[in-house]
Design a protein around this ligand. Structure first.
Ligand SMILES: [Zn+2]
Length: 461
C-alpha cells in the first residue's frame, strides 16, 4: 500500500464519480463513442459499479464510477484491483471528508494477505493522484493501521503467539518513540496479575501483559485495552472443531488497540496514551485453569470459572484494573468477546457498551462520519445479579446464557475505572466473505470511529 498515492500528474486518467441519477447529464456532455460504450455495457452507475471507457486510439479515455450519497470509501475500493496499470485522478465535486474517504478506500482496496502464498500476488499498479486538500500522510496512517490490524488477525496461530504479538506491539511503539514494557510468565504473579496468569499458564508460549506509553503525562490519559488471546482452544471446556476454526482471530481486540494507537500517534493527538494488552494462549495442559476454579484478580475481586472458554473477560479484568491506575479520562477496550454479540447484531456491526452518554454519542457520530458504524447496547443494571458467583464474588459464565454480550460487559464494568468514560466494544474482527476493499479475513471494525472520537475530543498537538 506504499507509493499508491501520488502527486498531481497531467497525464492521469480521469475517474468520473457520479450517482446513478447524474449519469444522464454526464452522457449528454460525452461523445457518441462513450455513449455507445456505456449503452453496450448497460452501465447504470450503481454504487461501486465502474467502467473503463476507451478513446478512439484504444487507450483509456476515462473511467466512470457509480457512488453512493454521500460517497462511501467502499464505493472506490474495488478500483485498484480492477483497473489497468496507470495513474488515475478523481473528478468529483464533494466535501473534503469524502475526498479523504475516496483516497482511503483506494488504499484499502489494495490490501491482500499473501505472506504464505507460494507465488506473490500481483502487485497493484493503479495509482491515485492524492485528491485536492487531502493529507496523504493521514490517509496513509489509517491505511497502514488497517493493514496492521488485518495482518495480525490473519497471521496463523503458529506464527502469532504471545511472544510474536508482543514483538508486533513493540514495533508499533518503536515506530513512534513510545515506551514498551512487558510482564511475562511468573512475573505476572509477583506483580499481581493473577487472572492473566491463570488463563495463559497452560500454554508453551508464556502469558504476558504488554504496556505501551506515549505522549506527555501532563495531557489527559487515554487507555486502550485489547484482548490478546492468540489462540482460543476453549481450554478444558474445549470448543468444537467448527467453533475453534477461526480462533486465531481471538487476539483481534489487541490488533484493534494497536491500530488505534498507530493512528493516534501518527496524527499526534493531544493525549497521554496507554496501551494495555493481556496476551495469552488459552491452551490445555495439566496446569490448565478448570471449570469451578476460583481465580484471584488484581482488583481483589474473586472470579469463579463457570466456563474456561469465557477467558477473555478474565484477562481483561486485570488489564482494566491496571488501566485505572493511570487515572485515565477515557478507557476503550476492544475484544472478540461473545458469540451473543454476533447473534444480536451480526458479524459486521460491533456492539458498543459505554458508561457515559456523551462519550457514547461521540463514538457513534464519529463512526457514522467514518463509515465505520457501531451499535450501542445497554449496561443493563437489572442483569448485574446474573454475574454474581456462587462461591466467589462473580462468575465468568452466568447460568442460562441469556444476554451474553451484556453480562460479559457487566463483568468488565466491575473492573473498569468508575470515574473514567469507559467504552467496551465486542467485535467480530473478521469478514466472513469478501467485498471490494474488505477481503474475507481479519478486519478493523470501529477503529476509525474511535480515532475520530478521540480526535474530536482531544484535538491534535
Ligand atoms: Zn474463549
Amino acid at each position: 500500500m506504499k507509493d499508491v498515492l501520488v502527486s498531481k500528474n497531467e497525464n492521469a486518467v480521469p475517474i468520473y464519480l457520479m450517482q446513478s441519477e447524474d449519469l444522464k447529464d454526464w452522457c449528454a456532455g460525452a461523445d457518441d463513442s462513450a455513449n455507445n460504450w456505456l449503452k453496450t455495457h448497460d452501465f447504470k452507475a450503481k454504487p461501486g459499479e465502474s467502467i473503463v471507457v476507451p478513446g478512439p486510439d484504444g487507450r483509456i479515455a476515462c473511467v466512470v464510477l457509480g457512488v453512493s450519497a454521500p460517497i462511501s470509501l467502499w464505493d472506490v475500493a474495488g478500483l485498484p484491483k480492477s483497473l489497468p496499470e496507470g495513474t488515475y485522478a478523481l473528478e468529483v465535486t464533494c466535501a473534503q471528508d469524502q475526498r479523504d474517504a475516496c483516497a482511503l478506500g483506494w488504499l484499502l482496496g489494495c490490501y491482500a494477505y499473501s505472506k504464505f502464498k507460494g507465488a506473490a500476488e500481483a502487485s497493484i499498479k493503479a495509482r491515485l493522484v492524492t485528491p485536492d486538500g487531502t493529507d496523504a500522510s493521514i490517509v496513509q496512517a489509517f491505511a497502514d493501521a488497517t493493514a496492521l490490524v488485518r495482518d495480525l488477525i490473519n497471521a496463523p496461530p503458529n506464527e502469532l503467539g504471545p511472544t510474536a504479538l508482543s514483538a508486533a506491539a513493540k514495533a508499533v511503539a518503536d515506530q513512534f518513540g513510545a515506551t514498551f514494557k512487558e510482564t511475562v510468565g511468573d512475573d505476572l504473579l509477583t506483580n499481581n496479575y493473577p487472572a492473566i496468569h491463570a488463563v495463559g499458564r497452560a500454554a508453551e508460549d508464556a502469558p504476558r501483559l504488554i504496556e505501551i506509553s506515549w505522549g506527555s503525562p501532563d495531557l489527559p490519559t487515554v487507555a486502550l485495552v485489547g484482548k490478546g488471546v492468540c489462540f482460543d482452544s476453549g481450554g478444558l471446556d474445549i470448543k468444537s472443531a467448527a467453533g475453534m476454526k477461526l480462533m486465531k482471530k481471538d487476539m483481534g481486540g489487541s490488533a484493534h488497540v494497536l491500530g488505534i494507537a498507530h493512528c493516534v500517534m501518527a496524527m499526534g493527538l493531544k493525549v497521554h496514551l496507554k496501551v494495555l494488552i493481556p496476551a495469552v494462549e488459552n491452551a490445555i495442559a495439566g496446569n490448565a485453569m478448570r471449570p469451578g476454579d476460583v481465580v484471584a484478580t488484581r482488583a481483589g475481586i474473586t472470579v469463579e470459572i463457570g466456563n474456561t472458554d469465557a477467558e477473555g473477560r478474565v484477562i481483561l479484568a486485570d488489564a482494566l484494573t491496571r488501566a485505572g491506575e493511570a487515572n485515565p479520562e477515557v478507557v476503550i477496550d476492544c475484544a472478540t468477546l461473545t458469540g451473543a454479540a454476533r447473534v444480536a447484531l451480526g458479524t459486521e456491526l460491533p456492539a458498543l457498551f459505554c458508561n457515559n452518554d456523551t462519550f457514547a454519542d461521540e463514538i457513534l457520530v464519529a463512526g457514522q462520519n467514518a463509515n465505520d458504524p457501531l451499535w450501542r447496547m445497554p449496561l443493563w443494571p437489572g442483569y448485574r445479579k446474573m454475574i454474581e458467583g456462587k462461591v466467589a464474588d462473580i462468575t465468568n459464565s452466568p447460568d442460562g446464557g441469556y444476554a451474553g454480550a451484556i453480562t460479559a460487559a457487566l463483568f468488565l464494568e466491575r473492573f473498569a475505572p468508575a470515574d473514567a468514560a469507559w467504552a467496551h466494544t465486542d467485535i467480530m474482527a473478521w469478514n466472513i466473505s469478501s467485498k471490494p476493499g474488505q477481503p474475507e479475513g481479519g478486519e478493523a471494525m470501529g477503529m476509525r470511529a474511535f480515532v475520530g472520537a478521540l480526535a474530536t475530543r482531544f484535538g491534535k498537538i
